[in-house]
Design a protein around this ligand. Structure first.
Ligand code: NI
Length: 169
């Protein structure tokens, strides 16, 4: 089911999410994940965090579609194990539609998480995947990409945001 995406300014996006007790959530998880995938793909996103559909739990999904092929990653209780190499690149977020800004992130990021079956996995991402790992884990800690901007850049973005917000549902 495609759900409404929470927008910047709504309190849920600023909150740290709760870790998932996998066995307690097991029965609700398939529907929750399906809703996250449906909502993410419908919005042409490469990642979505549970608070973006109103669920304050430590769950994100990512599909950066390398070479146009699906690469679906479910991140339950993700932890970042390693961050290396800085890179500045343009970034956006489904919770701030229409806004893009250059954000410094790490070029190599290793993550450990549980998948949809409760199995632990680890993976090292580079480039866009590394950026998605950091962006989606940030969401689970109540941070948006604009929180990485310095004061001057944030002021520039503020006026753009004010106009954009009028178009958001
Ligand atoms: Ni986002």
């Amino acid at each position: 089911m495609i759900l409404r995406i929470t927008k910047h300014g709504e309190p849920l996006l600023k909150r740290r999410t709760e870790p998932v007790d996998f066995s307690a959530l097991r029965h609700e998880l398939p529907d929750l994940l399906q809703n996250m995938w449906d909502t993410m793909y419908a919005a042409n996103g490469v990642g979505l965090a549970a608070p973006q559909i109103g669920v304050p739990l430590r769950i994100s999904v990512i599909d950066t579609r390398p070479e146009g092929k699906p690469d679906r990653l479910v991140l339950i209780n993700p932890e970042i194990l390693l961050r290396e190499g800085k890179v500045l690149n343009e970034e956006g977020c489904l919770s701030l539609p229409g806004l893009y800004a250059k954000i410094a992130r790490h070029d190599t990021v290793r993550v450990r998480a549980l998948d949809e079956n409760g199995q632990a996995w680890e993976r090292t991402g580079h480039g866009l995947l590394a950026r998605a790992f950091e962006h989606e884990v940030d969401h689970l800690d109540g941070r948006l990409f604009i929180d990485h901007l310095d004061l001057g850049e944030r002021l520039k973005v503020a006026s753009v945001l004010k106009e954009l917000k009028k178009q958001w549902a």
